[in-house]
Design a protein around this ligand. Structure first.
Ligand SMILES: [Zn+2]
Ligand SMILES: [Zn+2]
Length: 573
């Protein structure tokens, strides 16, 4: 229905404006878009007119007709229509594939379909925005106009979605990142490269400290590996073959080609291979906060969510076939614990199984797929199967979490690998004294620290829980007279391990409170003459307001408890 609505939108644009060049109009997860090139520059002011025309087309109940063409006929047709982008799209259709057009009244489009029977079946839609988008996402190509829209089966769903969008706009991590001084990107440096400001970096270091501590606790060891590696390494790993498009051009060092790493795996394997490994050592679980560089088209870069350089929270598990199932359950349990700590308890999964083209024996695939399924079932994680959706080298699980406003984010990936252990000839000596191939699992839990931080900012709308907040408390002296006492209070809290500042501005306390609220500081300690006299502070919470006056030990105890619980037993947001 969404894709049919995209055709209707394109038809309306063609009715209303001259010289429209069509590109594509796919349905997306939450809606659809259509890319056009036309002399008129579309703006939101044009939306009511386009929507009106769309409603007219819908009320006309025009049938969608499927037409099959030979390549020559299709080409002639597109030439006659003067559709140059479509001619390029036609050329991309592989030889031997059926070429179809869909006609809807006077509007005709090269399209795979399928479509509704007629336009009258469209239930609800709305235009959302317009943005520039390069043909094929390439900066060197012409810039088209992308019209975003959405539609739902029930008008009520559309209303809910629009409310969610409105809320998402307020939480946009790019906006909050600026307002809260968390991170930035710079044209001088390059697109998709993140600079962490002190406040963002502080949150990141807390995330990473927690991550390290939990990994050690779960029996992982941590690694550090280089950022570049020679071409022959990436040839052995196969990345230069199947991952080439995501890798940057090589650099020359002493006449040898080196590549920036797009993944950490080959380095971890080098470490594995420094010793002869015995079954007694397995499972080996190694994790790294490994910074990798991957090419992404300029058109898809998006704040922290799609970047060109990022730090993966990567881990590799090497185990025997017998250990695989138990290890997998541990991974799943571990993932759920970590996600819950960050405030995400609604977790679902996709299980991607063996594709047509695959390496590794079918029995190993089955065994691994069953282990994944068992882990999901024993942890009670609801999942859908994506048949044939696995990578060629092994089945995988993708975890999705739902955020505070109901959006789903694909986050963790647990990927079996039947390929790399072979390519690098990895072995361990089994109980039988013979060399065996270990099983290898790639596991990214948070995904990348950058993207995770972006999700976290939006989930909490920038109002981090106490344990993560870059500034946990702010001391607000009522007047100049309490300044010295304010410093004493701040010092006492800092000595107890809290991140605290003093608002030293000569402002009314009301203004200081407002500022602290804007800065999303979890706690404020207001100090007047009475508080100073009694060695107390009036405690204010960002969410609950005035909590009353307390002595410092009580405040420290209260805040410590909240940090320890990660705010999970308190009412948050
Ligand atoms: Zn279509
Ligand atoms: Zn890996």
């Amino acid at each position: 229905m969404r894709h049919s609505t995209a055709h209707v939108m394109a038809a309306a644009v063609c009715r209303l404006y001259d010289d429209v060049q069509l590109d594509i109009g796919p349905a997306t997860e939450n809606g659809f878009y259509y890319d056009f090139d036309l002399p008129h520059r579309l703006t939101p002011e044009d939306f009511p007119r386009i929507e009106e025309e769309m409603n007219r087309i819908i009320s006309e109940k025009i049938p969608f007709e499927r037409l099959e063409f030979t390549r020559a006929e299709a080409e002639a047709k597109l030439r006659e229509m003067g559709q140059t982008f479509k001619l390029e799209r036609l050329a991309e259709i592989p030889e031997g594939e059926t070429i179809t057009f869909y006609r809807c009244g006077e509007f005709m489009d090269l399209c795979r379909g399928p479509h509704l029977e007629h336009t009258g079946q469209i239930k609800s839609f709305t235009l959302l925005s317009v943005a520039g988008s390069y043909f094929h996402g390439l900066e060197t190509n012409p810039m088209l106009q992308r019209l975003y829209a959405t539609g739902f089966l029930h008008p009520k769903e559309l209303r809910q979605y629009l409310a969610q969008l409105e809320e998402a706009k307020k939480r946009d991590h790019r906006k909050l990142g600026r307002e809260l001084d968390l991170f930035s990107m710079h044209e001088e440096v390059g697109a998709g490269l993140i600079h962490w400001h002190p406040r963002g970096a502080r949150v990141r270091s807390i995330i990473e400290d927690f991550w390290r501590q939990e990994h050690y606790r779960a029996g992982y060891e941590l690694l550090y590996t280089p950022h570049i590696g020679q071409a022959n390494l990436w040839e052995t790993s196969g990345h230069l073959g199947f991952y080439n498009e995501s890798m940057y051009a090589p650099m020359d060092i002493d006449g040898k080609e080196y590549y920036l790493k797009p993944m950490n795996c080959p380095f971890h394997i080098q470490i594995y291979k420094t010793h002869k490994r015995s079954y007694r050592e397995l499972p080996i679980k190694w994790a790294e906060l490994g910074t990798v560089y991957r090419y992404e088209k300029a058109g898809v870069l998006h704040g922290l969510l799609r970047v060109r350089g990022f730090t993966q929270d990567d881990a590799h598990i090497y185990c025997t076939p017998e250990q695989m199932e138990a290890e997998f359950k541990k991974i799943m349990k571990f993932a759920i614990t970590i996600w819950k700590a960050f405030g995400f308890s609604n977790i679902t999964a996709y299980l991607a199984t063996r594709p047509e083209k695959a390496v590794g024996e079918v029995e190993r695939w089955e065994q691994a797929t069953n282990a994944l399924r068992d882990a999901l079932e024993s942890e009670g994680v609801p999942y859908e199967v994506d048949p044939g959706g696995g990578a060629f080298y092994g089945p995988k699980i993708d975890l999705k979490v739902k955020d505070a406003i109901g959006r789903e984010w694909q986050v963790s990936t647990f990927q079996f690998d039947f390929n790399l252990p072979d390519r690098f000839d990895m072995t361990y000596i089994g109980e039988d004294g013979q060399a065996h191939r270990p099983y290898m699992i790639h596991r990214a839990l948070l995904g990348s620290i950058e993207r995770f931080f972006g999700i976290l900012v939006e989930h909490y709308a920038g109002a981090f829980p106490l344990w993560l907040a870059p500034e946990q408390a702010r001391v607000l002296p009522l007047t100049e007279k309490q300044m010295a006492y304010a410093e004493t209070v701040a010092e006492a809290l800092r000595a107890a391990g809290f991140r605290v500042t003093v608002d030293q501005r000569q402002e009314k306390v009301g203004a200081k409170i407002r500022q602290a609220q804007l800065d999303k500081i979890p706690y404020m300690l207001v100090l007047g003459p009475r508080e100073e006299e009694q060695g107390q502070a009036a405690l204010r919470s960002r969410t609950a307001g005035d909590l009353g006056a307390f002595g410092l030990p009580d405040i420290i105890e209260r805040l410590s408890r909240e940090v320890d619980s990660k705010g999970l037993d308190a009412e948050n947001n």
